[in-house]
Write a protein that binds this ligand. Structure first.
Ligand SMILES: [Zn+2]
Length: 685
């Protein structure tokens, strides 16, 4: 394979020396950041989406902290040329230097006797065809305008470009530094065809219009790790609000989603203001942008000042009840301090990012939804950790290979317990000073613990051993803390594992919805007519757990189809259709126009049931089949496609076009979806 391919343009006329490059990457990562400090990067990229091509120029300014004879930049499979190394002098002209270089398809290595305490500039031009970290969504390869066939209309296609640096490496599309320990001030300019919005880190300073393209110039004032560089290109509208402190909060949405803007971004300004107050350190960046994208890899990603999130969180006010963006919104915003302002030195300290973001998101939600909500969620985390413990999968919070359950949920629980131990005031002082001391730097767990010990005057080594180092999950200690909440006490007390006459009275009492849901999950057959008078959430539990519907509850159960919850309607429609064949037509007529969440949970179920109900609109069945099959097409997001594939395979109706779409799905960039598609393909073969 193409090891050591020499494609870089070499200024030096000397013959390339045969040097030994046997450094291990980890060794070399930690080494370079100690000796070489990349300060700033001026980047210009031009993106051609139909051929998945990035053409760019980068100019890095770097300081040499300790004399070295080489340095590298991470650059995956790039064609790099016109490299220039320049020494900048305090006085006089910049000096163009003779040097040697190698491009080993992972890194560009520059050989030169770099002198201590000197500043250099490194410039290059490159071309990349990124296979990960930058994603081209809904562009037809090699074609600029999409042929109008199979009902595909131009307007149906999202046509986006977006990036994901964490875990994927920005160096797939931009020569940069994979090591999180080198923080760089990145200023990006991006050239793209007209008619699109181009969004990246920092503040938009100006746009330059060319014949068919526009160049968008952005400016960052502060430095960040390379994995937090991001861009999004697509068609958007946006609304801007300002935080109490005056930071612009830019909220993007698709032009057709103007009615979904409010429920999607509900509480955004409140969360922002809450964090600045609670954390005690001003938001560190110039502005805060949030942009939904199609087929994102995760729920959200906290790129510096520029959160990208899955458009499955773009919702209407009915969906808000069951599936809103509030938690992800708060989590990614918390990362702007915990992760972006102070960044882990290595995976060992990953909880300093994920544990903190999870904990602070919960604090923000508690601010709006109350303490019961806070304790309820912590209780769920504890249950998840207990399952992990029982399966022998528990791990130390400081193990870089820990599960996300450990990093996120145990991390959040540990912060809750630490706050209890050292008290509110000291905890907040600790966090504030930790952030101020390490702003724009990298952190280790001991940096945080030292601050906590300083401010509390307590020796925390016992706490650290038990909760951070030990892999055992101390469930009794965790529960002792949670049981301080009367809400949790009640929930634990209400138990109908063994049905008793008392259980039935619970459902008419003033206990919490969560406790009632527990009773229903344990004993759905206790349900009587009067229990339908409960809240939407309790009624949802009835729809979920009461699957064999007694005849005398038919009318009450049918009323669930009118609830303002897409989950409730989905469960109720399916259960009613199954239990009462004589009323199938009526149920289908009643729910005919309903779509549900963004993944069309109700519509795809409805189409399936309509096809299975032979006497229901037989004249339309072909049209319904086509619609369901059409949802397997790549122009729909993967959640819709997954529902359509699931139902089509269930009714054994995945025909050749459906199978072709499934085959194409098996190569999708969202691994959960491609895995699902590959498994289903196997079943067909
Ligand atoms: Zn996170």
């Amino acid at each position: 394979m193409a090891f050591w391919i020499k494609v870089c343009y070499i200024r030096s006329m000397k013959v390339l020396l045969q040097l030994c490059f046997c450094f291990i990457s980890l060794f070399c990562f930690s080494q370079q950041a100690k000796d070489v400090d990349f300060k700033s990067a001026k980047v210009h990229v031009e993106i051609q989406p139909t051929i998945k091509k990035v053409k760019g120029q980068v100019a890095y300014t770097l300081d040499i902290l300790k004399a070295v004879d080489s340095l590298y930049i991470d650059a995956v499979n790039m064609n790099i040329k016109n490299i220039e190394l320049i020494q900048t002098h305090q006085q006089g002209d910049p000096e163009f230097l003779n040097f040697e270089c190698k491009n080993n398809t992972k890194q560009l290595i520059i050989y030169y006797a770099f002198k201590q305490d000197k500043r250099y500039e490194l410039r290059m031009e490159y071309v990349a065809h990124p296979r990960k970290a930058m994603y081209f969504v809904d562009w037809v390869e090699g074609v600029d305008t999409v042929p109008i066939e199979n009902n595909i209309k131009e307007i149906d296609l999202r046509k986006q470009v977006w990036t994901q640096g964490q875990g994927k490496y920005t160096s797939n599309w931009l020569p940069s530094i994979d090591d999180m320990n080198d923080k760089i001030e990145f200023d990006l300019s991006i050239t793209f065809k007209k008619g699109f919005d181009v969004i990246t880190n920092g503040r938009l300073t100006h746009k330059e219009t060319q014949d068919s393209t526009i160049t968008w110039h952005y400016d960052m004032e502060q430095s960040m790790s390379s994995y937090l560089v991001a861009l999004v290109i697509g068609k958007y509208d946006k609304k801007i609000k300002h935080s109490k402190s005056g930071i612009p909060l830019e909220m993007y949405y698709y032009p057709e989603d103007s009615l979904k803007y409010e429920p999607t971004y509900r509480y955004t300004k409140g969360i922002f203001d809450f964090f600045e107050e609670e954390i005690g350190v001003p938001y560190p960046w110039q502005n805060y942008k949030q942009i939904p994208v199609k087929d994102f890899l995760y729920a959200g990603m906290e790129n510096t000042g520029t959160t990208i999130f899955s458009d499955s969180f773009v919702i209407d006010s009915i969906a808000f009840v069951d599936k809103n963006y509030v938690n992800v919104n708060a989590h990614e915003l918390a990362h702007q301090w915990f992760g972006d302002l102070v960044t882990e030195t290595s995976g060992t300290h990953h909880w300093l990012q994920e544990g903190f973001a999870t904990y602070y998101a919960l604090l923000a939600e508690a601010f709006f939804f109350g303490d019961d909500y806070y304790y309820w969620n912590l209780y769920q985390y504890v249950q998840e950790l207990l399952v992990q413990e029982k399966s022998g999968q528990s791990s130390s919070l400081l193990d870089p290979k820990s599960s996300s359950t450990t990093f996120y949920k145990k991390g959040a629980l540990v912060l809750h317990l630490l706050r209890e131990k050292i008290g509110n005031r000291v905890f907040r002082e600790t966090v504030k000073n930790y952030l101020l001391k390490y702003s724009f730097k990298n952190v280790r767990t001991e940096d945080f613990i030292n601050e906590a010990e300083n401010f509390s005057g307590k020796d925390l080594s016992g706490f650290v051993n038990r909760w951070l180092k030990d892999k055992t999950f101390y469930i009794d200690d965790a529960m002792e803390s949670l049981e301080k909440s009367t809400f949790i006490q009640e929930y634990l007390m209400v138990d109908c594992e063994i049905a008793s006459s008392k259980c039935i009275t619970y459902l008419n009492s003033g206990i919490s919805d969560e406790s009632k849901e527990k009773v229903i999950a344990q004993n759905a057959n206790l349900i009587k007519k009067e229990h339908f008078k409960n809240s939407v959430k309790v009624r949802q539990a009835i729809a979920r757990y009461l699957v064999e519907i007694p005849k005398d509850l038919k009318i009450e159960y049918e009323s669930l189809l009118n609830d303002k919850s897409y989950f409730t309607v989905e469960f109720a429609l399916y259960n009613l259709w199954t239990n009462f064949p004589e009323s199938r037509g009526a149920y289908l007529r009643q729910t005919k126009g309903m779509v549900g969440f963004r993944d069309k949970n109700i519509r795809t179920l409805w189409l399936t049931l309509a096809l299975l109900t032979s006497d229901f609109e037989p004249e339309n069945s072909q049209q319904y089949y086509k619609e369901l099959r059409d949802y397997t097409n790549s122009r729909y997001d993967f959640n819709i496609r997954m529902n359509a594939f699931k139902y089509l395979s269930m009714i054994k109706a995945c025909d050749q076009p459906c199978k072709n779409n499934l085959k194409q799905a098996s190569e999708h960039h969202v691994w959960q979806f491609s895995k699902f598609a590959r498994q289903l393909l196997k079943e067909f073969n």
